[in-house]
Design a protein around this ligand. Sequence first.
Ligand SMILES: NC(=O)c1ccc[n+]([C@@H]2O[C@H](COP(=O)([O-])OP(=O)(O)OC[C@H]3O[C@@H](n4cnc5c(N)ncnc54)[C@H](OP(=O)(O)O)[C@@H]3O)[C@@H](O)[C@H]2O)c1
Length: 244
Amino acid sequence: MRVMIIGGTSGIGLALAGHYAQQGAALALCGRDPARLDGHPIAARAGLRRYGFDIGERQAVFDAVGDFAEEGLDLLIVTAGQYAGADALVRDRMCSLPMVRTNVSGLCHAFDAGAQAMLRNGRGQMVVVASIAGLLHEYPNGSLYSASKRAAIAISDAYRKALAPHGIDVTAVVPGYVDTQKLRDLNGGSAQRKPFLQTEEQAVRRIARAIAQRDAHCIFPWQLHAMVRLFNLLPKGLQRYRKK
Ligand SMILES: NC(=O)c1ccc[n+]([C@@H]2O[C@H](COP(=O)([O-])OP(=O)(O)OC[C@H]3O[C@@H](n4cnc5c(N)ncnc54)[C@H](OP(=O)(O)O)[C@@H]3O)[C@@H](O)[C@H]2O)c1
């Protein structure tokens, strides 16, 4: 099995890489700075390919995916993503663009490049890690992030419909809070107060199962999903009253 993970140099993507390494997959891990893998046990793995590019750069994505796919591509996972809260949008007028380029345009670049490679063989699977924030109608502190992840879910639905007749499956992973270093950094060093926090291992088990079953959507944990659905039913005024 040949697996490429864009966003595989840290967090959920790197944890998924560990899972597929154990399964004996040929792996390609990508991020803007692949040197981040230096010193990590997976870097010593025979045959590991690393690619450094910005997913917002369309040609760079096609070059890397095309290069790895020369020997086949069974699974393309996109975990590359960025977050900016409302405060960042106020402080820095330039911070919206990288997030939208990464979470939305970058996803299309990756899925287009992946589809081009997989259509040659008439089989394959593509996966995006979106966020449960994309299901929440009112997300006060991160509404642009939430909108970008809502777009990611909708975009993956569109690719699924287009590619299913050609033997290519598309899975949208919609996780709640996962205890990665990035989430800890965004929350002053600890994510322990986040509701229904999942460990990376729990997230990987859930995501890998959904990928193996070729599920269209993988939304977890169910408790947070239930809360989001209830919250969306509240009158708009009450939804906006919530702080974060
Ligand atoms: N952790 C959570 O609680 C949580 C919850 C819901 C959804 N998510 C989503 O899950 C994904 C992974 O989150 P994480 O916590 O594992 O974050 P992370 O550790 O920061 O991982 C992000 C990965 O994407 C790469 N990346 C970021 N921007 C990129 C770009 N423009 N081009 C290419 N690669 C890029 C990063 O490498 P470089 O920085 O070297 O490029 C890194 O490998 C994100 O999409 C996030 O929105 C996370």
